[in-house]
Design a protein around this ligand. Structure first.
Ligand code: ADP
Ligand code: MG
Length: 247
């Protein structure tokens, strides 16, 4: 394919695990500043798709282009450096460090051969920490130990740690799992805010939440795309009702 304006262009992507195709000739195109939600039954291949995009799993075939650069066979850390951030289902914050320190160690240039915790904080880093903390709603808690945060606040901190790297594509796998109603509401607002400057792919099951945040919805089933479009379109799609929403 020739150059496009898509931030992410996936074509004929396939991955087999011992002959089982977890992703099967899948095509997906994400626009700049788009918030795409991926839904689908358990085992549909949603998490595997994110694993392929971030380089954790290697494709058996097909192509993944990020800003027109082939990343299909790029090393995981290089994909991060290129501008792709990915949050896993379980948070990976430093519980015994403050919110401030957690953000500080996530600043991309901060890592030296002596380890992440040893570098001097420049005014640029401090400014970024405050901007990110404000964005994730944790500014008043900058000096609180991360282990003392609520479950939802820990999730936001981890999103903040990804934002420190200023990704152009941010991918979140089930970000509101285990959150209270109020935390889900605040997360919807947070995601709407942060996609003004970047593209996002969010995997989620909570349809009320999906309706609130999605620009477009992709429904996956058996490693393929079953339906794609507006929330109303996919919710009224007979195939989608049959394999997913009807249960
Ligand atoms: P989802 O996130 O949509 O629930 P997954 O992407 O986790 O689905 O899984 C899709 C399918 O691929 C499942 O059948 C799962 O068991 C299988 N699978 C995922 N990762 C691996 C792996 N590393 N090795 C073998 N099978 C895998
Ligand atoms: Mg999954």
């Amino acid at each position: 394919m020739s150059n496009t304006d898509f931030v992410l262009a996936i074509e004929d992507l396939t991955v087999s695990f011992d002959g089982f195709k977890a992703i099967d000739t899948l095509n997906l195109y994400i626009d700049r500043e788009e918030l795409r939600v991926i839904i689908g039954p358990n085992g549909a291949g949603k998490t595997t798709l994110l694993d392929l995009i971030c380089g954790k799993t290697r494709a058996s075939g097909g192509s993944i282009k990020f800003k027109n650069t082939e990343i299909t066979r790029m090393a995981e850390h290089k994909i991060v450096r290129a501008g792709v951030g990915r949050k896993f289902q379980t948070p990976s914050i430093y519980e015994n460090l403050s919110v401030f320190k957690n953000l500080e160690v996530s600043f991309p240039q901060g890592r030296s051969v002596f380890g992440a915790l040893r570098f001097k904080t420049s005014t640029e880093v401090i400014a970024r920490i405050h901007a990110v903390a404000e964005e994730i709603g944790l500014e008043a808690l900058l000096h609180t130990e991360a282990g003392l945060l609520s479950h939802g606040q820990k999730q936001w901190l981890e999103i903040g740690m990804l934002l420190m790297q200023e990704p152009e594509l941010l991918m979140l796998d089930e970000p509101i799992a285990g959150m209270s109603a109020r935390e889900r509401e605040l997360t919807a607002e947070l995601l709407q805010r942060i996609c003004r400057k970047r593209s996002m792919i969010v995997i989620e099951h909570d349809m009320e939440f999906v309706r609130r945040i999605a620009h477009k919805v992709t429904v996956m089933h058996q490693g393929k795309i079953l339906a794609e479009g507006s929330m109303d379109k996919v919710q009224n799609d007979a195939k989608v009702i049959d394999v997913y929403l009807g249960h």
